[in-house]
Design a protein around this ligand. Structure first.
Ligand code: NAD
Length: 514
């Protein structure tokens, strides 16, 4: 797969590989114009698999962010979009879905270059993203209000208005997927927005805004600023002209955003981290459970908010399941995302690699035993990247930090339990209740346990599937609000009561006195 000019054994320049896509324009998008950051600053965007420079992205500052908010505000208050018919909004969303399907491979390549995930995973992401746009096109077409039962002589209506200007702040693990969960419902509702992708992974977000413009979205509806969270993100969050901050990212950032937004009583929608237990009961199909346990934690090198990084196994099933897991974990092929046969890519950055390695060390300090992985691969091809071997630790104590904190890397910890109550208690030792899995052949038992678990999604005999039609979000510290589904549209809507007196008469209270 390397080009002729790449010396044997050296990491390839990924931008020169056959099939590598044209990069989007490195520009801020404000009021329908593309421009550099006002101060002229840039930030390197790097491929995590090789360390190659991909782009010098504009590094916006707070003034750029405020200009983008002003554009979104003007487009909302005076522009056509909030008043566009739902049919026209739906048609635009469908055109965007068509364009995503048309450009699926190029978009997938961009995502792989930026995040390190395999091309197969990126292609799946793009298909899902197109479906999200199609789903919200359908939601736009089928939006309904309500007629409320008030006495005759009046009409009382509940109607849904767009919430207004949305600041969207997204993470690096699923850059375009997370952005699409916000963009599609926001546009369906009639909102305008300023989008700030992670400074580590702006490529596909830059491209989608170009695609929205090409699809005919009016100027100023979709604005994009690239740059640091602490400056650009914070400026968006504290701007009183923003009506909703829709954030996906870590709990520490989410807390700061909620605190800042509270000053203006700006609405927030928060999709934060998860510590997601995967519970295997002793009556489970262990081949199925092993299959999903691996997928749960090693998909995208564990950098998935719903990663099943904490395996809780009934003590009677522990040895048999572990044997299957260790044997298969040793065979996982690390590699560059664009190479056929790669099953797992790098983690996103040197800083993140150090954080994940810190958790591997901490787990051992807390008493766990390292069973496989734990180190960086020795193949010199990977020297420029941030790879970590798929790692499994057993005997993790239930009460330590590792059992309750998100690791966000290719690290599986295994604990045992003796009965369903204990499984429930151990699984509940976190407040980051995003997702959980239960494996059992006993449908009633699995359902009983699933309902007791305080997690936003519980999968039974599966792990990871999500659909645009079903809501996504967490309990407890894992977030506020929901994305996807009808609930995901409601985040971008204000509920309004319209009351119409059909038989106007004076009010009694302060009318003429006798
Ligand atoms: P992060 O919180 O570090 O950054 C997310 C975004 O917030 C980035 O764009 C960043 O620039 C911005 N940001 C940082 N500081 C800010 C501030 N003070 N004000 C405003 N914006 C700021 O998260 P990350 O490392 O990019 O992403 C990983 C995290 O995201 C994990 O915890 C993961 O679980 C979570 N996540 C959750 C979901 C979900 O659906 N619940 C989905 C994907 C990722």
């Amino acid at each position: 797969m390397t080009t002729d000019s790449t010396p044997a054994g050296a990491p390839p320049d990924p931008t020169r590989l056959p099939g590598a896509p044209t990069l989007p324009e490195a520009a801020l998008h404000v009021a329908g114009t593309r421009r550099p950051a006002a101060a002229g600053a840039t930030r390197p965007v790097v491929d995590p698999a090789t360390g190659h420079l991909l782009m010098e992205a504009p590094e916006a500052d707070a003034a750029d962010a405020r200009a983008a908010v002003a554009a979104a505000r003007a487009a909302f208050d005076d522009g056509p979009w909030p008043r566009t018919s739902v049919q026209d909004r739906a048609r635009l969303l469908e055109r965007v879905a068509d364009a995503i399907e048309r450009d699926r491979d190029a978009l997938a390549w961009l995502e792989t270059l930026d995040t390190g995930k395999t091309l197969g995973e990126s292609r799946d992401d793009m298909e899902q993203i197109a479906q999200v746009f199609r789903y919200y096109a359908a939601e736009a077409r089928t939006m309904r209000g309500e007629v409320n039962p008030v006495p005759s002589g009046a009409v009382s209506l509940t109607v849904h208005q767009p919430v207004g200007v949305v600041a969207m702040i997204t993470p690096w693990n699923y850059p375009l997927l997370q952005a699409s969960w916000k963009i599609a419902p926001a546009l369906a509702a009639g909102c305008t927005f300023v989008l700030k992708p992670s400074e580590l992974t702006p490529l596909t977000t830059l491209r989608i805004v170009e695609m929205l413009e090409e699809a005919g979205l009016p100027d100023g509806v979709a604005n994009l600023v690239t740059g640091a969270g602490g400056t650009v993100g914070a400026a968006l969050t504290e701007d009183p002209r923003v009506d909703l901050v829709s954030f996906t990212g870590g709990i520490v950032t989410g807390r700061a955003i909620a605190a800042t937004a509270a000053r203006n009583v700006t609405r927030v929608a928060l999709e934060l981290g998860g510590k997601n237990p995967n519970v295997v009961l002793e009556d489970a199909d262990l081949d199925l459970a092993a299959d999903h346990a691996l997928n749960a934690v090693f998909f995208h090198a564990g950098q998935v908010c719903s990663a099943g990084s904490r395996l809780l196994v009934h003590e009677a099933a522990h040895d048999a399941l572990l044997e299957r897991l260790l044997e298969r974990t040793r065979r996982i092929r690390l590699g560059f995302g664009w190479e056929d046969g790669t099953q797992m890519g790098p983690v996103i950055s040197p800083e993140h690699l150090a954080k994940v390695e810190g958790y591997v060390a901490l787990a051992q300090e807390e008493g766990a035993t390292l069973r496989v992985g734990g180190g960086r691969p020795t193949d010199p091809r990977f020297a420029g990247g941030t790879f970590l071997e798929p790692t499994v630790l057993t005997g993790l104590p239930h009460e330590g930090r590792v059992a309750s904190e998100e690791i966000f890397g290719p690290v599986l910890t295994v604990e045992t339990f003796r009965d369903d109550d204990e499984a429930h208690a151990f699984a509940s030792s976190t407040r980051s209740g995003l997702a959980a899995g239960v494996f059992s052949r006993d449908a009633a038992r699995a359902m009983r346990l699933a309902k007791r678990l305080r997690f936003g999604t519980v999968w039974i005999n599966d792990f990871h599937p999500y659909y645009p039609e079903a809501p996504w979000g967490g309990f407890g510290e894992s977030g506020i609000g929901r994305e996807l589904g009808r609930e995901g549209l409601a985040e971008y809507q204000e509920t309004q009561h319209l009351y119409w007196n059909l038989e106007p008469a004076g009010a009694d209270w302060f009318g003429p006195q006798d």
